[in-house]
Design a protein around this ligand. Sequence first.
Ligand SMILES: *Cc1c(COP(=O)(O)O)cnc(C)c1O
Length: 226
Amino acid sequence: MDAEARETLAARYREVLKGVPPEVTLVAVSKTRSVDEIKALYDLGHRAFGENYPQELREKQPQLPADIEWHFIGHLQTNKVKYIAPFVHLVHGVDSLKLLDELDHRAAQNGRVQEVLLQVHIAREDTKHGFAADEVLALAAEAWSWKNLEVRGLMGMASNTPDRAQVQHEFEALRTLFDKLASDLGPRFDTLSMGMSADAQEALAAGSTLLRVGTAIFGERHYSAG
Ligand SMILES: *Cc1c(COP(=O)(O)O)cnc(C)c1O
């Protein structure tokens, strides 16, 4: 990265930080970004990064400082858990019992307690993964029995729609579910991951405790080579 690119990144980052209240965690979504770009943001003092693809994360992690807190925010296939289980800080998109069992198994193998968020399906679109609200309530009632997992909260993605009221409504529904569970589950159930570049305002208004922001920090993603 040249000096100009670094300056652009620093300016975007400062701008994003202005909109993040001090009690809210900002995860910088670095999928598709180079190790150099991630290091540049790290050099500005940022430590929490989010990735969507297990192999990509597995390749980047050893090339970057060990004190980075890696968040896995994408849809995780059971057979890919092993790639990230040794080091991943928080797994956001947990959406099945099978995945919970595998995360528990791999956490035990690695001698770790794995922190996870349960993904709840809040969008109107059926393309987004996640448990239904009543499934999460049923799971919590069984006091989740995974010895090597700690459920720290919930994650959700709103519909991709220009209808701001709809987005707001979806986030508020997730917050309501989160509050209901939090009152039973105690102070360690404290993380509500909702809001990305396009809908951070609505998410914060609804009580998000963690934003996952890529584009607003790093600029548009380019999926093709180069
Ligand atoms: C890519 C992604 C983000 C970040 O999206 P931006 O629009 O770049 O801020 C957040 N959450 C998830 C689950 C993602 O896949």
